[in-house]
Design a protein around this ligand. Structure first.
Ligand code: FPP
Ligand code: MG
Length: 323
């Protein structure tokens, strides 16, 4: 874990500790919840959000014991949203393993997501500083708003790129930003430093989601652990689709395909081919690169070299995954 992206040794070592805490974090009297929660956590993941908490924690007085509850909490919140997201999407595969809705059914998956979310809040409640909850509450709301926006705009070819950007800001960038804010505020950073890292996290999160959307069009299942073309079949219109609808000579056919609620597997494949025949993926990757540049710009005045290097490395990783 963590070896996927290059970061300083201290953060890598402490991320291993977080892994142990994560396993303990979901203990309960319910055999089923223990099984489903551990199954979800064992499936792995990049642990990027706890890494952001720890990295941002280097801006002040780095104290791993103080950072642990926040780092565990953000990964639990992320995990809970994925468990719910897989129910909503009817997804069968996550991180290369069957989703909880597949292995234990939809009801068990919904309860598992609720349970993990509750545990995440318990970890945040360990802090006396009210700014911790103040930072996370709007994010938990944004996550749900983003998901509802996705559901409401499904298969809608009249939505705009701005609609898409608002949605990904809510469903992904908000949590990235909060990870950075939590790490810095717990370590006693100044308000302007917390804001600076929050802005870094927000732009990084935008880049992350945009690149995730690239991977849904052009990634390999063996690398991403997810089925390719899922967004199209779910009616989730992403940046590569918008760009292809703008430039493809087959734009009318593409609009018809992605706007069809009953799109078949074969039709989704056809849409992917149309998108791959355009410059849309390159344009989308460029957009993600710009977001990373913005994130680095936000922290350029940090005078802690090791911290800056870690922030930069994470930025590079986000737009260069599985290449
Ligand atoms: C994955 O995105 C999903 C999210 C980032 C957010 C999902 C949020 C919810 C289901 C709301 C639940 C909220 C709480 C607080 C429990 P994606 O579908 O683009 O990524 P994927 O390809 O990995 O599925
Ligand atoms: Mg999904």
């Amino acid at each position: 874990m963590g070896s996927l992206y290059p970061i300083s040794n201290r953060i890598r070592k402490d991320l291993k500790k977080i892994e142990e805490y994560l396993k303990e974090s979901v203990a309960s009297d319910s055999f089923l919840l223990n099984e489903t929660s551990l199954e979800t956590l064992r499936a792995g993941g990049k642990r990027l959000r706890p890494a952001l908490v720890l990295i941002s924690g280097s801006i002040g007085a780095y104290d791993i014991d103080k950072l642990i509850p926040a780092a565990v909490s953000v990964e639990l919140i992320h995990t809970a949203t994925l468990v719910h997201d897989d129910v909503l999407d009817g997804a069968s595969l996550r991180r290369g393993f069957p989703t909880i809705n597949t292995s234990h059914g939809r009801s068990a998956a919904i309860s598992t997501g609720d349970f993990i979310f509750g545990k995440a809040l318990a970890y945040l409640a360990k802090y006396d500083d009210p700014r911790v909850m103040e930072a996370m509450v709007p994010t938990t709301l944004a996550l749900s708003v983003g998901e509802i926006q996705q559901i409401k705009t499904a298969y809608s070819i009249n939505q705009t790129i701005d609609d898409y950007l608002t949605k990904i800001k809510n469903k992904t960038a908000s949590l990235f930003s909060t990870c950075c804010k939590l790490g810095s505020l717990v370590s006693g950073a100044k308000e302007e430093e917390i804001e600076m890292l929050g802005l870094y996290g927000e732009n990084l999160g935008m880049a992350f989601q945009v690149y995730d959307d690239v991977l849904d069009v052009s990634g390999k299942e063996s690398s991403t652990g997810k089925s390719i073309g899922t967004d199209l079949r779910d009616g989730t219109l992403t940046l590569p689709v918008f760009f292809a609808m703008d430039e493809s000579s087959q734009r009318d056919r593409l609009r018809k395909l992605v706007g069809n609620k009953n799109i078949s597997y074969e039709e989704a494949k056809e849409a992917l081919e149309i998108i791959n025949d355009t410059e849309a993926l390159e344009r989308t990757k460029n957009f993600a690169r710009l977001c990373v540049e913005k994130s680095i710009e936000a922290v350029k005045n940090i005078n802690n070299k090791e911290l800056f290097n870690d922030l930069e490395k994470i930025g590079k990783f986000v737009i260069d995954r599985y290449n």
